[in-house]
Design a protein around this ligand. Structure first.
Ligand SMILES: Cc1cc2nc3c(=O)[nH]c(=O)nc-3n(C[C@H](O)[C@H](O)[C@H](O)COP(=O)(O)OP(=O)(O)OC[C@H]3O[C@@H](n4cnc5c(N)ncnc54)[C@H](O)[C@@H]3O)c2cc1C
Length: 486
């Protein structure tokens, strides 16, 4: 552990603003110097920022819809800083949450924000501590891309990756982390071997399936309610150097869904995703996207891999890339979106898990109620996974052997309040329909926002969720931006 690899960011050390900042527990206000009646936070290795720019940045995320300003931003210089500030928050009735990066959280509805509390900029702790044959021990502020850059040199990779890799390990482990490998390997939360967590009590605890299991199970997909993940041991698997991506188009939604389901059963591909594609004339088709990893000395057999699939003849394409370029395939698109200013427009996203038996009904309902101009060229993901591969109790998915991820990854353009409100209202309409059909929201975007909606979301798991909250965060200090506890 003492030999860190590739720190992502230089952390300011020494008690800078922290020494001067002070909190008035009666007047509930902060000052940048000590005054009578004010209490100084504990001395820190990092910084506690009170300036306008830092607080404004902490009230921003990828959604650009919700803006809750905190009182302070902790840029931790050590794990101990997080322990101290969680304890400080707890003893003074303040609320606190981790955020993957100041102003760059990928939440879309303020889930990492804290109105009148403290936001922890987790990107300040982003060291890869060690990588061995089967796992990597990393800070929670590490991005998946950073980890992959180091492991791919050794022919290793986390088994499941999100489509976009510049998400933080702590952030995706708090929500789930799904990708095209999930049908085989489960979510990212199913591929973590050990966690180090600062609970809402301010205790630093190492947990795993064999030690403090209740905390381990609660925190994986626990939406930041039980602890701040500070370090994680991520499972690694051997991966071949290359990837062959196959795409093919379907006109029939039922045929597309049926092939997706059978591909997640027969395992001929290493990755299965798909999307809804809208042509210039408004017509829609369904694009299968599957991948087989390979060593160039033994290329895949295309005919065998595509045999029996019901796509439209003549639409299949195959493209070879390195494994790394495949998993990092969104990087050029993201650079383009940022250059065009589209990244900074509002994103009223909808991400849901649909039971296989109702997938055709739900997807058709959404498409019938989504005119082409409402989605433009934004991605609409639709792919199968197997809930039996999932192990984290608080990641709620539909019952049944198969389910589908369905995502409307919308950019509101124009990003006017009226347009955003209309798209959010649409999301609510779709969520209501989803509920009737036995689906679950993937709570990274529109989804449950009130305690009552969250109770419904967790269903039979709610009592367990509430017990875990009382055990690990009895004073409700952590992560208010999810809206789970009043
Ligand atoms: C372009 C893009 C592509 C995406 N692709 C995928 C995808 O393919 N698959 C997928 O599953 N998701 C995907 N997501 C969604 C992503 O998983 C969520 O946004 C998730 O919240 C992770 O983002 P983050 O690391 O920025 O975490 P944040 O948004 O900062 O945090 C998410 C939640 O976790 C809490 N949190 C953050 N860090 C910690 C920590 N260390 N300990 C405890 N709680 C913490 C926050 O308070 C917040 O409540 C994508 C998002 C974007 C914007």
């Amino acid at each position: 552990m003492s030999n860190p690899i590739l720190p992502r960011r230089t952390v300011f050390r020494g008690a800078l603003l922290a020494a001067a900042a002070a909190f008035n527990p009666v007047g509930r206000s902060w000052a940048s110097e000590t005054r009578p009646g004010f209490i100084s936070p504990p001395p820190l290795d990092g910084q506690l920022l009170l300036d306008d720019a830092a607080r404004t940045a902490a009230a921003e995320d990828y959604g650009h819809i919700v803006h809750h300003r905190p009182w302070a931003v902790l840029v931790p210089g050590s794990v101990n800083d997080i322990v101290k500030m969680v304890r400080f928050a707890r003893s003074h009735g303040l609320r606190i949450a981790g955020s993957s990066a100041l102003g760059d959280s990928h939440s879309t509805q303020g889930q990492a924000q804290v109105a009148a509390g403290i936001v922890i900029d987790m990107s300040a702790l982003s060291t890869l501590h060690s990588i061995d044959a089967t796992s990597a021990w990393v800070d929670a502020g590490v991005q998946w891309l950073q980890l992959l850059n180091a492991t791919v040199l050794q022919g290793k990779s986390p088994p499941t990756l999100t489509d976009y890799l510049e998400l933080s390990i702590g952030g995706t482990l708090s929500v789930g982390g799904i990708g095209g490998q999930a049908f085989r390997s489960g979510l990212q939360v199913d591929n973590v071997l050990e966690l180090e967590v600062v609970t809402g009590r301010g205790d630093l605890v190492r947990c795993s399936p064999t030690s403090h299991k209740m905390l381990f199970d609660s925190v994986r997909g626990g939406l930041g309610q039980f602890g701040i993940i500070v370090r994680a041991r991520i499972r690694l698997v051997a991966v071949p150097s290359h990837a062959r991506t196959y795409t093919a188009l379907y006109n029939s939604l039922p045929a597309f869904l049926a092939d997706q389901k059978s591909l997640t059963d027969d395992g001929r591909f290493d990755y299965v995703e798909g999307s809804v594609v809208t042509a210039a004339d408004g017509s829609r088709s369904f694009q299968l996207e599957t991948v087989r990893y390979f060593d160039p000395r033994a290329p895949p057999d295309d005919a065998a891999l595509l045999a029996g699939l019901a796509f439209q003849p003549g639409t299949a394409r195959a493209t070879d890339t390195s494994y790394f370029d495949f998993v990092n395939r969104l990087a050029p698109l993201v650079a383009f979106l940022k250059a065009q200013g589209l990244w900074s427009l509002p994103h009223p996203w909808l991400n849901v898990f649909v039971p296989q038996a109702r997938a055709a009904t739900f997807v058709q309902y959404v498409l019938d109620n989504t005119p082409p101009e409402e989605i433009g060229e934004d991605p609409v993901l639709l792919y199968a996974f197997r809930p039996s591969r999932l192990t984290a109790p608080f990641v709620r998915v539909p019952l049944g052997s198969h389910a589908f991820l369905f995502s409307l990854l919308r950019t509101a353009n124009p990003g006017t309040p009226g347009n955003v409100a209309a798209l959010l209202a649409k999301n609510q309409l779709f969520l209501d329909k989803l509920k009737q059909l036995g689906g679950k929201a993937y709570p990274i975007s529109s989804g449950p926002r009130t305690p009552a909606e969250w109770r419904q979301h967790f269903g039979v798991r709610w009592p367990w969720f509430a017990i875990a909250k009382r055990a690990f965060d009895p004073d409700n200090v952590l992560t208010p931006g999810q809206g789970i506890f009043a």
